[in-house]
Design a binder for this molecule. Structure first.
Ligand code: BTN
Length: 151
């Protein structure tokens, strides 16, 4: 009887962990990521205030300039120590006068894979205030972990 009860409890616990919105593993931002455009980024350690930095290599540009590796700075929300935290970061492009801000959430998908679902605003520089209306693009990117060939 005791055995049957503990097995049932174990089953219920497993079902609760598998339920949508629940994942036992924590989604971690640190590491190498690639997105649906073929851009790659590397995120360093997230400190105890949730701050992180890294580098971004975009596969595309709205300019005719040669693409250069650019720094990113961001924060992860740690308020309730969620396993699927929200975050935001800014990329300060080193080959154009633009700035991009990304915001998103680090998910563990149904297959157990980490995925970053993001939206971004890309602000381009315009010379005339009358052109302000056309200076900001919006979009979304989905990032998955970039694994080395050895893994
Ligand atoms: C520029 O074109 O001025 C800088 C590069 C912008 C690249 C954008 S940021 C949003 C989108 N996601 C990417 O990975 N690259 C583009």
């Amino acid at each position: 009887m005791v055995h049957a009860t503990s097995s049932l409890l174990l089953l219920l616990l497993s079902l609760a962990l598998l339920a949508p919105g629940h994942s036992a593993r924590k989604c971690m931002l640190t590491g190498k990521w690639t997105n649906d455009l073929g851009s790659n980024m590397t995120i360093g350690a997230v400190n105890n205030r949730g701050e992180f930095s890294g580098t971004y290599h975009t596969a595309v540009t709205s300019t005719s300039n040669d693409i250069k590796l650019s720094p990113l700075y961001g924060t992860q929300n740690n308020i309730n120590k969620k396993t699927q935290p929200t975050f935001g970061f800014t990329v300060n492009w080193k080959f154009s006068e633009s700035t991009t801000v990304f915001t998103g959430q680090c998910f563990i998908d149904r297959g157990g894979k980490e995925v970053l679902k993001t939206m971004w605003l890309l602000r381009s520089s315009v010379d005339d205030i009358d052109d302000d209306w056309k200076a900001t693009r919006v979009g979304n990117n989905v990032f998955t972990r970039l694994r080395s060939v050895k893994e």
